[in-house]
Design a protein around this ligand. Structure first.
Ligand code: SAM
Length: 217
């Protein structure tokens, strides 16, 4: 076992299955992928980054941990680095905003993808709504706190399911550690209330706070 990645990255590893044919887009140092292969969670994985210099760090780590041929680096934009013969069915994207993630998923290879393992740090409504529209269900959701920042891991799998606005906005009912996220939202809304005088807006923010407190129970 090697144990040299952040808890944030490690939280993603439980969603990876041995039979997945996967790509980690925006791998940067590729340590998530080194961890996955070194710990026999997966046999091999394609890793990509749009930045040559980021990927160079990844290549250094691949060499350092003797994983040449098992962690396969490609430089380029999103899923554009894939070929038909890769047969990738799983995409991992972590540490990016939802807009960038959605741009990456807007690619012809998305039709072969059964599982998306996503870790975003903002715009979750946009992410859930658009990925659901692309024909995916939410299978797992988990809130992660790392260096005082909140991330949400969302695993999407193929399927048609309709979510209500509340679920798209605040997450599905099985979301793990939801209190972490809701408390952040509550703090943010209280901060805004302290800075404004518009009574209607204050009342609607208070209503949202009540709803979030209710959801924490
Ligand atoms: C903040 S880092 C996250 C690295 C790692 N995934 C993690 O979670 O620690 C984002 C990385 O994504 C890369 N990136 C951003 N947009 C990309 C795109 N369209 N295609 C591939 N890589 C991209 C950046 O160059 C950077 O290395």
């Amino acid at each position: 076992m090697i144990n040299m990645i952040s808890d944030r990255l490690k939280s993603l590893t439980k969603y990876v299955d041995k039979n997945d044919v996967a790509i980690d887009v925006g791998c940067d140092h590729a340590m998530l992928d080194v961890y996955l292969v070194k710990n026999n969670i997966i046999d091999k994985i394609i890793v990509s980054d749009i930045s040559n210099s980021a990927l160079e760090q990844g290549i250094e780590n691949i060499k350092k941990y003797n994983l040449v041929g098992k962690v396969i680096p490609r430089v380029g934009n999103g899923l554009e680095v894939l070929n038909d013969s890769d047969n990738v069915n799983t995409v991992i994207i972590s540490g990016m905003g939802s807009n960038t993630i959605l741009e990456i998923l807007n690619n012809k290879y998305i039709y072969n993808i059964n599982k998306l393992i996503i870790q975003s740090n903002k715009d979750y409504y946009l992410l859930r709504k658009n990925v659901n529209k692309m024909g995916y269900n939410i299978k797992h959701e988990e809130v992660i706190s790392d260096n005082d920042k909140i991330y949400i891991n969302i695993v999407f799998t193929r399927g048609i399911k309709k979510y209500n606005e509340d679920e798209l906005k605040y997450g599905t009912k099985n979301m793990i550690n939801k209190e972490l996220y809701y408390n952040c939202l509550i703090e943010e809304k209280e901060r805004i209330i302290g800075c404004i005088t518009d009574k209607d807006l204050i009342s609607s923010l208070r209503q949202e706070i009540r709803l979030l407190k209710e959801k924490c129970k």
